[in-house]
Design a protein around this ligand. Structure first.
Ligand SMILES: Cc1cc2nc3c(=O)[nH]c(=O)nc-3n(C[C@H](O)[C@H](O)[C@H](O)COP(=O)(O)OP(=O)(O)OC[C@H]3O[C@@H](n4cnc5c(N)ncnc54)[C@H](O)[C@@H]3O)c2cc1C
Length: 382
């Protein structure tokens, strides 16, 4: 890696992974995170595809010390007015590790070496090439600025001011509640007209207790007053067992997430790069948000190693752009197609058989990106 100073804006999943990547290369690293204290007590569930997890373990970014719950299949269920848990429409193979977001973040945060200056409670602004504006009005200059500041990225706004997230027209209502039933190892998908319920087990705060992380995509109801409409829809369309869990979750344990699409025109601009959700927002149907952000960091480390101490930051950034822009743009494309099929234009679920579900899934080309692309895969943007 070229010698220098790297600023990482955002200390969440992607930011911590970049701090690890840059510190390994010997850079002097500062992370600016606007939140004070721990991020860990926020968030619900997050999925890692088992193959992507294995790649990230091999790259030295994850390990098995973080609690997780296993998923070996995906059950698509439809309320048939008869069985409490619903009629099985399709038992689809799936292989994921399900995490409590806070614990996944803590695992990455622990990997950030002590010599990295992680400054919580520090919202920053971004100026011309390599300049960071601190809350006290002072300015710092860096060789590289990493925008790992999520979907509302200030770094992206500074370098690509016209690019903004595009609202898909629907939102996901999310929450988590206690799971006091069998150790379920399925991802549950509830089939709803113009919507979908998604549920899986995650570890609770102590790592032992089970929680059910649930999400409900629906285009019905505005963002501001969505809760009453979503409660009514869950009661109407979810099989009673799942409806009780969702509607019984206290409001304080829920949040509404607008579903957006976004991809920047380029992952770099001058000495600034963008990563994770700051660079590309793929709808959550593709289950790859955390994987994508960590992979961006691995690609940055790989580019640094390839260029070596005698190389330049410009070479590092060019390699990063060539590797990650196509991957991000492609994932956004796949996720949009999945969102269209799963929410915007759902089939008549009552007529679906396992055979028709297989065809429906293939028509979305969902396997081109579900769970994320393989690390280092060569992807041409379609
Ligand atoms: C607290 C939290 C909880 C989450 N929970 C879940 C979850 O349960 N399930 C799920 O699928 N996804 C969750 N996400 C989103 C998920 O982390 C991302 O979709 C994905 O992992 C990519 O992460 P990211 O690090 O690129 O972006 P994000 O996770 O959005 O992180 C961006 C970070 O940048 C910081 N930031 C923003 N602007 C500035 C600024 N100007 N100066 C300094 N810091 C700034 C934010 O505080 C945030 O910590 C959560 C995100 C956060 C922040």
């Amino acid at each position: 890696m070229p010698v220098g100073r790297v600023a990482v804006v955002g200390g969440s999943i992607t930011g911590c992974a970049f701090a690890v990547a840059a510190a390994r290369g010997g850079a002097e690293v500062t992370v600016y995170e606007r939140t004070t204290g721990e991020l860990a007590d926020r968030g619900v569930g997050i999925a890692l595809h088992v193959d992507r997890y294995a790649e990230l373990v091999a790259a030295g970014y994850l390990d098995d010390t973080t609690p997780w719950r296993n998923v070996v299949g995906r059950k698509w269920l439809l309320d048939d007015g008869d069985s409490a848990r619903g009629r099985l429409v399709w038992d689809q193979p799936a292989a994921f590790r399900m995490y409590n977001w806070g614990q996944l973040w803590q695992g990455l945060r622990r990997r950030v070496p002590a010599e990295v200056d992680y400054r919580g409670g520090t919202p920053v602004t971004v100026g011309p090439d390599g300049e960071i504006g601190l809350p006290d009005g002072t300015r710092e200059h860096y060789d590289v600025v990493v925008g790992a500041d999520g979907y509302g990225s200030a770094v992206r706004a500074a370098v690509f001011p016209t690019i903004r997230p595009q609202y898909s027209g629907y939102a996901m209502w999310r929450g988590s509640c206690r799971w006091e039933h069998e150790p379920m190892d399925d991802l549950i998908s509830i089939c709803v007209p113009n919507g979908q319920g998604v549920m899986y087990r995650i570890p609770g705060a102590d790592g032992d207790e089970d929680r059910l992380s649930w999400g409900f995509y629906s285009s019905v109801g505005g963002l501001a007053d969505a809760r009453p409409a979503l409660l009514a829809l869950a009661r109407k369309y979810f099989p009673p067992f799942w409806a009780d869990l969702v509607t019984g979750t206290p409001e304080s344990e829920t949040l509404i997430q607008p579903i957006n699409d976004l991809v920047v025109d380029a992952y770099t601009s001058g000495r600034t790069l963008v990563a994770g959700d700051a660079a590309a927002i793929a709808r959550p149907h593709v289950a790859s948000g955390a994987v994508k952000g960590i992979q961006d960091a691995v690609a940055f480390e790989t580019a640094c190693r390839a260029v070596g101490p005698a190389g330049s930051w410009d070479e590092v950034l060019a390699r990063y752009q060539a590797d990650r822009y196509p991957a991000g743009a492609d994932l956004v494309r796949v996720a949009r197609a999945m969102g269209y099929a799963m929410v915007e234009d759902t089939p008549d679920w009552a007529t679906m058989t396992p055979e028709r579900m297989v065809d429906w899934w293939a028509a979305q080309h969902a396997d081109d990106g579900f769970g994320g692309h393989a690390l280092g895969a060569s992807i041409s943007v379609r």
